[in-house]
Design a protein around this ligand. Sequence first.
Ligand code: WTA
Length: 650
Amino acid sequence: MDELNHQVLEEKPVPPPEEFSKKARVGSMAEYERQYQRSLEDPDGYWGEQAKLLDWVEPPKKILEWDLPHAKWFVGGKLNVSYNCLDRHLGKRGDKTAILWEPEEGEPVPISYRELHARVCRFANALRSLGVGAGDPVAVYLPMIPDLAVVLLACARIGAVHSVVFGGFSSVALADRIRDCNAKVLVTADGGYRRGRVVPLKATADQALESCPSVHSVVVVRRTGEPVNWKQGRDLWFHELSDKASADCPAAPFDSEHPLYILYTSGTTGKPKGVQHTSAGYLLQCAWSMQLIFDLREDDIYWCTADIGWVTGHSYIVYGPLANGATVVMYEGAPDHPAKDRFWQIVERHRVSILYTSPTAIRAFMAWGRQWVDKHDLSSLRLIGSVGEPINPAAWKWYSETVGKNRCPIVDTWWQTETGSILISPLPGATPTKPGSATKPMPGIVPRVVDLRGEPAKPGETGYLVIERPWPSMLRTIYGDDERFRREYWGRIPGVYFTGDAAQCDRDGYFWILGRVDDVIKVAGHRLSTMEIESALVSHDAVAEAAVVARPDEVKGEAVVAFVTLRANAKPSRELNEQISEHVATTIGSIARPAEVRFAQALPKTRSGKIMRRLLRELAQKGSVTGDVTSLEDLAVLEQLARTKGIEEG
Ligand code: WTA
């Protein structure tokens, strides 16, 4: 853990702008403290009250049943998630724009609540016509187009369980995820656009499906119009199916704990985990946190720049905003297309008032220079947010000055795929902020920084971040592997939820998240597993052994460094180096492509044969190794490694 022992900044907290606080839902620390205390002293009363944010067919009989590690929230309640995101808005907001879609090229497309509702109903019926019913998994592999939101809500409407796979994943990664959940239907597109280039999603899906016998129907959205291979009897056009289907699809009530979706995320082994979320608790906490953290108002134009392929898009593009009847901007493409001011052009054009983006994006904007930002009128912005990785104070300050014009509060929001919604964040009208700290827990959330025995760390001491009590939007299990759920999240430190993050809590009770303590790395906010990359590496013919570590990267937060030993018949060369990198990109996706592949004669191991990643990390970060090396099997290995710096320098 020492390597994570950053020096936390003991800065004086800056209170939110007075103007903002005056109008905010939570306008002072006293009000925050009051809610927080109440949520701890009377959790049932607190959450029972918040539950009124949703429309129930049958109200819950009991707020929580907690049999560690299994939680059931809002027991006995029944509702329909898509009804809460659509139907209930039709009276008051039928013509309000629900999704304001900004394609990479061409004119923006506004979609009203009424239209979104109709599209969802049609596609829900279309899914039914393919034999999809309540509880059935539906795999989704789509670009950032409105149909993606339609598919999610259509699944929710009929109680089907969506499993979205990020469009940047390769065929192998897609196939693994489809096989794990046994989906019978896949929804994909002929392709998507990225920086003006066509991403051939259908072709990738076709490849994946060669090893997915469970899939009997593939629904294809026409986005690019490029020719695609067509398998008669299996492949169907999205628009043809929808056109044929009735727009009448009453929202059936489902139990609070009815599964809503599975979302695969990387863990400590090569096998991705299917994080399972359920209906009422998840939706409620997304909707509730939208109100508290983004201080959402009826006339806000809210833009979350994440991809719906990740949890941020699920919770804060689809479910949270739509449950609140908000207008959400959805952008199809890259931040530098056609030029490096694309984001600011979008903010200006749509008068975006709330912007939620990632530290990697912010650092890229910093590197590109403020002239791109200054070309545009950002006066519509009133609140800006950050998510997905630690934001360094320099990037925080740049964001605050250059984008927020020292006028907009910043919410640095900490959470995970597993937590479902934001757990640690400033409330923008209340919490004084410190650049680099996610500040304080949300009401109902009890985080602690502890050692491995569960003993609390002192203020400013690094420890493991854990959460003490269950919360409504927490994952319920790992799909098909409840034992792993118990072991990885609730068994590391008995009785508490283990986040996998290192953190410090300072004297003011502010949380500083320092990064992962497990084999998860975050490259540009994308969550990757070192083990998954290692298994991709060793599946290359020339590779014998591989170890992957992260090194800090100025823009992307972390970068992948791979150490490999070659099989006897392979010789190190620049071509081979590139081939191996490319192999990782085609096996997992280009997001996992190593920044560096370093050839070694052997990997440093302990006497029991475990690869000493700590040493490799040090090597990757500093180029040399210090510290205790007595447990090394072979010191020469390490010396040789320290001299090796990829073939290009050797
Ligand atoms: C990291 C993304 C620091 C953390 C929503 C966590 C953060 C992992 C922050 C989850 C933040 C997320 N400050 N680190 N504000 N937000 N993280 O599942 O390491 O893709 O465990 O969910 O991202 O990543 P995931």
